[in-house]
Ligand binder design. Structure first.
Ligand code: AQP
Length: 334
């Protein structure tokens, strides 16, 4: 079986360093060894209301981020989910395979729905089934994601297995493997090292976005929360020091060195030294990607053409697999 990669990012605005280090950056390296499909998951985004105009702009922005980071839309596939209707179609079938008990365990739903669960959309609840459909529609074997998506990936594996079992189709859907890579698989908020860096955090200072300029990047790192001790000498000493662990993890990921190397480099020094060098490095690595994203989004027709072309090629892979699914399920006319 060909090793096929699929991953997605939601166009919900405020694309940040966590999305980049946890996911998008890893998309790039996989292109040499795998056939890759990278998807702007606009259908996932609407599980929480999105202003239609903003959704369209954010969809182009995420596509631009993929390309600016180094994804090659000619040799691989970049598209937005809503242009390939088979995602929705397979998601319905998988809604009927997946179990309520499985979804009830999903921590992301609990976090996002919060206390007022009754008011959350049904889409938010079945989101992991749509994510399973995204992956299985292409029989993708590998899924590069941040740590927070691990549970959804495990669910996708369970759904694949149950579909194969229920429809007596041993080996039809492969078991997708999560690829959770690098020293920054869970980038934390700059304001609170125990909270994930996230698009929806009300504090702009909590995240570095891909469109931040040098001054904003430097300011956010300068203001990042710290503790009162000097930086540790060993990985074990990071225990109970979430802010130190986060800043050193980000530094290691951006410098492309193991966490141990970053710890060694700053052992015993003050946070101010780490912050200064981290700001310099982040500006050097993120700045040019943001500039290229801005350039690309100023030319929406080109981005739209890339997405349309990607969707056409995605459909060509998806439709024969979806046709087999219809047939296995017993839908007439298939
Ligand atoms: N903080 C993070 N560290 C590492 N990886 C992260 N990812 C997200 N946040 C971090 C990874 O980015 C990819 C795309 O994520 P998404 O578009 O599904 O968005 P999300 O996880 O909903 O992003 P946020 O920022 O967490 O949004 P909100 O605020 O809405 O909850 C995924 O591979 C994800 O693992």
């Amino acid at each position: 079986m060909t090793a096929r990669v699929l991953s997605g990012v939601q166009p919900t605005g405020n694309l940040h360093l966590g999305n980049y280090l946890g996911a998008i950056r890893n998309f790039v390296g996989l292109q040499d060894t795998h056939e890759c499909l990278y998807c702007v998951v606009d259908m996932h985004a609407i599980t929480v209301f999105q202003d239609p105009k903003e959704l369209a702009a954010n969809t182009r922005e995420v596509a631009a981020a993929f390309i600016a980071a180094g994804v090659d839309p000619k040799n691989h596939i970049v598209f937005n989910q809503a242009q390939v209707s088979q995602h929705a179609e397979l998601a319905w079938v998988l809604n009927c395979v997946s179990r309520m008990g499985w979804l009830n365990r999903m921590t992301q739903f609990k976090e996002k729905a919060g206390k007022d669960r009754e008011k959350a959309s049904v889409g938010l609840y079945v989101y992991p089934n749509l994510m399973a459909a995204d992956i299985l529609l292409y029989k993708a074997t590998h899924v590069p994601v941040g740590e927070d998506q691990k549970q959804h990936l495990e669910l996708a594996r369970d759904i694949a297995q149950k579909f194969n079992h229920d429809f007596k189709a041993e080996g039809f859907f492969p078991q997708p493997e999560p690829l959770i890579q690098g020293p920054a698989t869970r980038v934390m908020s700059l304001r609170d090292g125990t909270k994930k860096m996230s698009k929806s955090d009300p504090s702009d200072l909590s995240r570095i976005t891909m469109l931040d300029g040098p001054d904003e990047i430097a300011k956010k790192i300068r203001k990042a929360k710290t503790d009162t001790q000097a930086l540790p000498e060993t990985k074990e000493q990071l225990e109970g020091r979430p802010e130190a662990a986060n800043l050193l993890g980000i530094y290691a990921a951006l410098a492309d060195v193991p966490l141990e190397a970053a710890i060694g480099q700053f052992a015993g020094s003050q946070f101010s030294n780490l912050k200064e060098q981290l700001a310099e490095l982040a500006i050097e690595k993120i700045g040019p990607i943001g500039e290229e994203m801005k350039r690309l989004t100023q030319d929406p027709a080109t981005v739209d053409a890339i997405l349309a072309d990607g969707a056409e090629r995605a459909r060509a892979i998806a439709e024969p697999i979806m046709a087999e699914v219809r047939h296995k399920v017993g839908f007439l006319g298939s």
